[in-house]
Design a protein around this ligand. Structure first.
Ligand code: SF4
Length: 494
């Protein structure tokens, strides 16, 4: 039984970060390594703030955890120091809690009842508890390969090795199917490998989980573009079902601002991928921020990843721009006590390290030198409105313009869906107007026996949604292959 007064006795406390000067000198995760005894005691105190609500909004529903993580259960187990049971309950709903504990922006915390009132001291530090359970699980050898006791004799191809593909593969392997994951890159992990910087999640965290999947029997093929290196005919002949987990990596470009064609103006992923490859030992990055005035356009996660990466590369300055004003902390509707999600300005550790953010501004022009390289941006204050048709329009709010230095401009303004790939053409799959792959209520696409999950279906989204969709598609594929399934299906297709 949880302590219903725990939150009155203890304040919310985030994990401590390493000093900024130290962080900027390496690529390691930003959080301080704390002695396990001290860490465990701190996290048990944090878990004791959970009231074990009758209706735990953190746990599920439209605002809480898409995985249906059993948050009050494992909060109480951690409070009591039962890490073994906590690990079991956490892994019951989440294949990769060490990924979500590090990368998820925690809609569960925004939904926590304790976030309603500042007097309550803020939500339970659910994300910190989750990551600690996951880390303790690995430290204590509680994470072991779980081999299936049945062999179905059915073969499944999973195309893409990001979090959705890995979750689907692990679930289906454990259900007794012979699963092969195809990855077109040279290393596994998709965005987890080449999109997420080391300082947010060190790749050894990914690699140890991949080793577990291998031991369970999941097969992996890298450097293979399905639809090219393995033809669609071969794919269909060799596999009984196919799961598309190919992500939504087509970066949104700026097609209107004069000067976009200048050298030094790039999509965000053109910066992040080589930077992450450099951390893997692949040599100097092709786009390096060292000594440059870096301007990042876009205020989201990808922009923050560029921000921290540019700072570590030794940028002369880093400036992040957002067309939207600084967000409010509370909903406009005064009758709603709930905070806005994210309930305060979304700030990442990278924002403490260097640079500056500007809100309610837009670049009017990229200004180049005689060699055709960007050297400045022309900036104006704006507000974002909707026109009569509901289209988003950006309206200037000032006559004044500002000229700021810019040697490297990174466009982090979102993703437009699935990249063009011969595989989809070969399977006869059309993309939706959002650039995604649609499916029926059974996750099956217009191509029979071909299923879709993760960003390829949902559009660019959170790692927790990718895992939730990967688990759900596994249930659908298992049902397709055997007529029924005991695998969990936490979400339905949107
Ligand atoms: Fe605990 Fe918050 Fe969930 Fe309530 S909503 S059960 S206090 S984590």
């Amino acid at each position: 039984m949880a302590d219903p007064y725990g939150f009155l006795k203890h304040s919310r406390a985030e994990a401590k970060k390493r000093p900024v000067s130290e962080r900027l000198g390496d690529w390691d995760e930003v959080y301080l390594d704390v002695e396990p005894d001290v860490r465990d005691s701190q996290v048990r105190t944090q878990a004791s703030r959970c009231m074990d609500c009758g209706v735990p909004f953190c746990h599920s529903g439209s605002a809480g955890c898409p995985l249906g993580n059993l948050i009050p259960e494992w909060n109480d187990l951690v409070r009591r120091g039962d890490w073994g049971q906590a690990s079991e309950r956490l892994h019951a709903t989440n294949n990769f809690p060490e990924f979500t504990g590090r990368l998820c922006p925690a809609p569960c915390e925004a939904a926590c009842v304790l976030s309603i009132s500042h007097d309550a001291g803020g939500p339970v530090a659910i994300k910190r508890v989750e990551q600690t359970i996951a880390d303790v699980s690995w430290e204590q050898g509680l994470v072991q390969p779980s081999q299936s006791q049945v062999v179905s004799g059915r073969r499944v191809a999973v195309v893409g090795s990001g979090p959705a593909g890995l979750a689907a593969a692990q679930q289906l392997t454990r259900a007794g199917h012979e699963v092969t994951v195809f990855e077109r890159d040279d290393r596994l992990g998709g965005l987890l490998r080449y999109g997420i910087p080391e300082f947010k999640m060190e790749k050894k965290v990914l690699d140890r989980r991949l080793a577990q999947l291998r031991k369970e029997g999941t097969r992996f093929v890298t450097g293979c573009e399905v639809g090219v290196d393995l033809t669609v005919e071969e794919l269909r002949e060799k596999f009984d079902a196919v799961v598309l987990a190919v992500g939504a990596l087509r970066g949104r470009d700026d097609t209107t601002t004069p000067g976009r064609e200048l050298a030094g103006v790039h999509l965000a992923m053109e910066h992040l991928v080589p930077a992450n490859r450099a951390c893997e030992g692949d040599g100097a990055p092709s786009i390096d921020a060292a000594g440059k005035h870096v301007v990042i356009i876009g205020g989201g996660d990808t922009g923050a990843d560029c921000y921290g990466t540019a700072a570590r590369q030794g940028a002369a300055s880093v400036l992040q721009l957002d067309q939207y004003p600084m967000p409010p902390s509370r909903r406009d509707d005064e009758r709603s006590p709930w905070p806005v999600w994210p309930w305060v300005l979304r700030t990442y550790p990278a924002h403490e390290e260097a640079g500056e953010r500007k809100f309610a501004v837009a670049v009017e022009k990229f200004v180049g030198d005689e060699d055709g390289h960007v050297r400045q941006i022309q900036l104006r204050k704006v507000r974002v409105e909707r026109d009569a048709s509901g289209r988003r329009v950006v309206v200037p709010t000032s006559e004044e313009v500002e000229l700021l230095p810019a040697d490297l401009v990174l466009l982090a303004i979102g993703f437009e869906g699935v990249e063009h790939m011969p595989l989809l053409d070969g399977l006869g799959i059309d993309l939706t107007s959002r650039g995604t792959v649609s499916c029926g209520s059974d996750w099956q696409t217009q191509a029979p026996g071909v299923f879709v999950c993760g960003d390829a279906h949902r559009g660019a989204s959170l790692v927790v949604w990718a895992i939730a969709e990967g688990r759900s598609v596994a249930n659908a594929v298992d049902r397709f292959l055997t007529g029924s399934s005991d695998l969990p299906a936490p979400v339905i297709p949107n």
